[in-house]
Structure formats: C-alpha cells, structure tokens
Ligand binder design. Structure first.
Ligand SMILES: *[C@@H]1O[C@H](CO)[C@@H](O)[C@H](O)[C@H]1NC(C)=O
Ligand SMILES: *[C@@H]1O[C@H](CO)[C@@H](O)[C@H](O)[C@H]1NC(C)=O
Length: 399
C-alpha cells in the first residue's frame, strides 16, 4: 500500500471523484484491486439494487417503501442475452467497454450484460411476477396484464432484440453521437461532426430545421416517453418542433414510464388508433409515419432503467417526498443506452458545469435559464457526464 504508485492512484481517484464526493458523500466503498491492495474510492453506489418495490400501487405508499425497505435481491440479467451483447473484441482504438473496464470505479459500475431492450420472449409468468412488484418505469406495478402482454407479444421481430445490426458496420467500430437539446449547441457549428458518426440519437424537442450547422441532420434513433413527446410538440412548436422526426431508417426508442407508453407502442405497431387510456383516439401514424412494423420500434427494458438508476443516477431525490416520481431524464437514458450499445460515444447538448452560460435549449431566441424539473436530477447527471468524460469513456462536448 505504501508504494508511490498506489499513492498516485489514490490521489487520481480522489481527484476524479472529488466532486462526486459532494453528491455521493455517504457512498464510500472499498474496491478490491487486482494486486490485492485496497483503495478507498467513492463508488457511485455500493449495492446492486436499491429501488424497492412498494407494497401498494399507491404512489403515496411508494416513497415510504422506497426509503424504508431496501431490496437486496441481486440483479439477474434476463435469460435471453441481447444479440448486441455478443460483442467481438472491438477494433476501436478506445471503446466504451475497454475504457470502462480499465477504470477502477466505472469498471465496477458497468454491467454490459444487462439487457437494454425488452421483446416478446421476456414476457413470461416469472418476469410478470417480478416486475409487477416495481412501479414504472422500473416495473409494471398497477399495469394490466393484458396491456403489457399484448404489447410485448408484438415485439417479435429480430430487430426488437438489438438497437442496431452490427453487420451493417463492417469496420466493427460503431461510433454514436447522442444529441441533447441544450443551449450549449446554439452557435456551436457541431453539425458536421455530429453527422460524421455512424448513428445519431436524438430526443424530445429535437428541432433540426434552421439549426443544421449546429446540430446536424442525421437521425438514427428518436427517444421519448409518450408524455415527453407530446409535451415537446406543445412546448416547442413555436421553435419549429411541429412533428416527430420521421425517416425511413429512423427507429423509435420507447421509454416505458407509464401504461400509456405500452398502449401507444401497441397501437403504433398495429397502425391503428389508440383504443383506451389517456391517449384514446390518437393515431400513432401522425407521430411515427405511415410505415407500420414492429421493426420500427424499440422498448427499453424496465430492468435496464432500474440498473441505470440504481448504479449511475441514484439521486437523493429518491429519499424525498416525491421520490417515486424521480427518474433519469430522457437525455440521460438515451446517452446511457448509447454507452451500453455503441463502441464509441460522443455527447452533444448535454448539461455541463458552465450550463448557466447557456440557454435551456439551443433554439431559443432569448436566453432562458435551464429548467430543473422536480422529477429529474440534472446536477447529478452533469456530474456523471463529467466523470465519464474524464474517465475517457465518452466524449462530452463542452465550450
Ligand atoms: C409476430 O407476431 C405477429 C402477430 O402475432 C405475426 O403476424 C407475425 O408473423 C410475427 N412475426 C414473427 C417474425 O414471428
Ligand atoms: C442562438 O443563436 C441565434 C443565432 O446566432 C441568436 O440569434 C440567438 O439569440 C441565440 N439564442 C440564444 C438564447 O442565445
């Protein structure tokens, strides 16, 4: 332990996570290093699972359960490994997997075998019993068996089991850009750099027209919840966000944050109006275009959302009165999805330390301060992006 090498490593670790320490003050863990020495590091979280199921489907009961009973069951990845997880050794100079594994703290946090997507084969009595104990978006508590099963049954295409087909990239190094909608992109002239990536993720109010130089035009994935999608159409209409992006190659990533996401997804695949619930009568084709097929849609796995929240974004907000409403932001979920599927990831338009210098979104004409929603923890997300960037696991666009 006394060798200068280990002292240096300790210092580096402490420096890299010094800011995390403020936020994660009580989560210290001792990491066993290969050489047998123990180094005190601030692991972002020491336990695999901390989002407890609530004993009741009442949101009011959830926060007590979240705080009180800590679920100790260990995380078991699904028995059907995702196709994308069968990664060949990556020919990328510095892949996400490689960089994460080389990092003491992140090496422990990332579990690349965790299923990212959910599809028909996941629906079985065992999964139903397990997930109906957890509230959305981490499970199916309070959701009808019929709504969930009828939706999942339709996700039976091989395209539903992976985000993208690796065979399409013979070079073997899939580079992804994830484009948040942050004001930092206004005047950034990053459009060309963004479009140079193999795959581009966008989300919510992703205005493109008029901002091509700053944000590019390419779009491979659009991520959303039905709630954020519809809110974006209303809130950003004045900035030109008048319809959800549509393109032949574009795939939609549903975040299952509510029963309406399952119901909308089912209607979207069937190409018919929503028959029930808060979106009743809505025609999904007006959002996703006339092309109807299961291949167009991906559904994030509730276990993946659980794993991400427990390991990467376990906010203090979870301990507060409205803890049951907390979840990572849409942007965070897209960026973490990319980090678990792509070989290299660049993040544009995500929150940075100097966010106060920029407007909320890149398309606002007059500067508006960043809105901190009560159900997200943007400062915690900012810390995570900074740490991942410093660890060389992804590249965060900053200016
Ligand atoms: C998927 O399910 C639908 C509806 O049950 C069926 O028509 C279709 O043939 C199935 N596709 C595959 C690839 O199994
Ligand atoms: C964004 O950029 C445009 C064009 O340069 C500018 O007119 C606008 O004021 C900028 N918006 C903000 C919020 O800075």
């Amino acid at each position: 332990m006394g060798s200068p090498h280990w002292k240096r490593l300790c210092l580096l670790l402490l420096a890299a996570f010094s800011s995390s320490l403020v936020l994660y003050g009580h989560y210290y863990a001792t990491v066993e290093l290969p050489a047998g020495q123990r180094v005190i590091a601030s692991l972002l979280q020491p336990e695999p699972l901390l989002l407890a199921p609530s004993g009741t489907s009442h949101p009011a009961g959830s926060h007590r359960a979240l705080r009180g009973s800590l679920e100790r069951e260990s995380f078991k990845p699904s028995s059907q490994p995702e196709e994308r997880n069968r990664r060949q050794p990556s020919p990328c100079p510095r892949s996400v997997v490689e960089a994460a594994k080389a990092h003491p703290a992140f090496g422990e946090l990332f579990q690349f075998a965790t299923p990212v997507l959910m599809w028909d084969q996941h629906f079985n009595p065992k999964t139903w019993t397990r997930l109906k104990e957890r509230h959305v978006p981490y499970g199916w508590q309070g959701l009808s068996h019929a709504a969930v099963s009828s939706t999942l049954r339709l996700l039976n295409a091989s395209a539903n089991r992976h985000l993208f087909d690796r065979h399409r990239f013979p070079g073997g190094c899939v580079r992804c850009a994830v484009v948040g909608n942050g004001g930092i992109l206004n005047g950034s002239r990053q459009g060309e750099a963004i479009d140079a990536h193999d795959l581009v993720f966008r989300l919510n109010g992703a205005v493109i027209r008029g901002f091509e130089e700053d944000v590019g035009t390419k779009i491979s994935f659009y991520g959303f919840t039905v709630n954020t999608m519809k809110n974006s159409l209303i809130a950003y209409e004045e900035y030109g966000f008048t319809r959800i992006p549509q393109a032949e190659d574009l795939k939609y990533i549903f975040i299952p944050s509510d029963v309406r996401d399952y119901i909308m997804l089912r209607s979207a695949i069937q190409g018919s109006p929503v028959p029930e619930g808060s979106d009743k009568g809505d025609d999904p084709r007006k959002y996703f275009g006339p092309e109807v097929s299961a291949e167009k849609f991906k559904l994030l796995h509730p276990d993946f959302l659980h794993y991400l929240t427990a390991r990467f974004l376990r906010s203090e907000l979870l301990n507060m009165q409205y803890g049951h409403l907390y979840m990572p932001s849409t942007g965070a979920l897209m960026l973490l999805t990319a980090l678990h599927t792509c070989d290299q990831v660049s993040a544009y338009g995500f929150i940075t330390g100097n966010y106060e210098q920029f407007s909320d979104h890149y398309y606002e004409v007059e500067k508006k301060p960043l809105v901190f929603y009560a159900n997200h923890d943007m400062l915690l997300e900012a810390e995570l992006w900074r740490s991942l960037h410093q660890a060389g696991i992804m590249e965060l666009y900053q200016r």
